[in-house]
Design a protein around this ligand. Structure first.
Ligand code: TRP
Length: 356
């Protein structure tokens, strides 16, 4: 791996099968980056622990995502592919970095507020979430609790990134705030110890802005917890059925009208998976009111399948090849640990943890 290539680091939490949102927000980008950058991609199993997965499921999910990484085309010879927990240096540096992470700033993170609110059974009212969460955490009237790992999720993510001195971190829009915190932690460390040890990592997108992949239920983004996902491993029949059932509307009645959100979402998906001409064709049909949503959906399903079916087939091949999978992560862990150990050694030294 040549030394002048920019360093790329990213990971996906091990919480279940990957869907189209993960593919266009992350994995697809990883695959496109692997030739031009010095890439390290990992499976975030420690981050998955924040939501208390069943241990057997966690293990299965780690294997599944690894198989999906490989099936989508990530080449273990070009990239360092590893499992987060196989690199204990990350956990140690996480402890060290937590000494400089503020409880307040962690509590104000959008993802924390959201998860804490749910865990504490506080309903969403938009304005006072922060206050309500804080009050309940300290006052604890409900007897429910939020684990400290959830609070320090961004510290662990910052360490994932900083331990590699990454330049680029390809992630979806929802991760921008975590990336901002990473930069803040790095700069704070530099300022506190009067060093220039860390530099700012930035998001990476091929054409400007981060993609948001809509779900099939008419509004919002595709997400595991929303139940509106198309999975990379969906079989043909399931996938077609999901697309045919996607929410639409009663159809355009006036020429040139703006599509409603559910229909606009289908166009957005089409922009991601279909040829530009195809999307144009259906946009025009919408504009002149000749569109038939059934045709649109059939075409959309067809074009999604072109991307997902080959991946699905390879996942099925790789998924049970335990020897191959464990060889990939063993080699990946070795390489990642070499890098991580160098950073950890420096960080310990800078912080004053030195041999007597
Ligand atoms: N928080 C990310 C997500 O939920 C996963 C993640 C953990 C990550 N550590 C990372 C992504 C480091 C990029 C870099 O998708």
């Amino acid at each position: 791996m040549s030394n002048n290539k920019k360093v790329v680091l990213s990971g996906i939490r091990a919480t279940g099968n990957l869907h189209l949102g993960n593919y266009f927000g992350a994995l697809g980008k990883f695959v496109r980056m692997q030739d031009d950058f010095d890439c390290r991609f990992f499976i975030a199993d420690l981050h998955a622990l924040t939501t208390h997965p069943d241990p057997k499921m966690l293990h299965e999910n780690v294997k599944q995502i690894l198989a999906e990484y490989l099936a989508a085309g990530l080449d273990p010879d070009k990239n360092i592919l590893y499992v987060q927990s196989d690199v204990p240096e990350i956990s140690e540096m996480y402890l060290l970095m937590n000494m400089h992470a503020g409880i307040g700033e962690l509590m104000r993170t959008a993802s924390f507020k959201d998860k804490a609110r749910k865990a504490l059974g506080i309903s969403h009212d938009g304005n006072n979430d922060e206050e309500a969460v804080e009050k309940e955490i300290i006052g604890n009237q409900s007897g429910k609790s939020v684990n400290a790992g959830l609070l320090t999720y961004p510290t662990l993510m910052a360490v994932d990134i900083l331990i590699h001195h990454a330049d680029f971190v390809p992630v979806g829009k929802d991760q921008e705030q975590h990336l901002e915190l990473t930069r803040r932690f790095g700069r704070r460390f530099n300022a506190f110890y009067n060093t220039e040890y860390f530099h700012d990592p930035v998001n990476f997108n091929f054409d400007g802005k981060p993609v948001k992949v809509p779900g099939l239920d008419g509004s919002g983004k595709m997400g595991k917890s929303e139940g509106n996902c198309i999975y990379l491993v969906d079989d043909e029949k399931t996938l077609r059925k999901k697309v045919m059932r996607a929410v639409t509307d009663a159809g355009p009645t006036e020429p040139g009208s703006t599509p409603s959100e559910p229909v606009a979402n289908l166009f957005t998906l089409m922009d991601l998976v279909s040829e530009p001409d195809t999307a144009d064709h259906f946009r025009k049909a919408y504009a002149d009111c000749s569109i038939r949503y059934g045709d649109l959906k059939k075409q959309l399903a067809e074009d999604i399948l072109k991307i997902t079916l080959p991946i699905r087939e390879r996942v099925l091949e790789i998924r049970n090849d335990d020897q191959y999978l464990s060889r990939v992560v063993r080699e990946g862990a070795e390489r990642a640990r070499d890098i991580a150990a160098d950073t950890l050694r420096d960080v310990r030294h800078i912080m004053g943890i030195r041999k007597i």
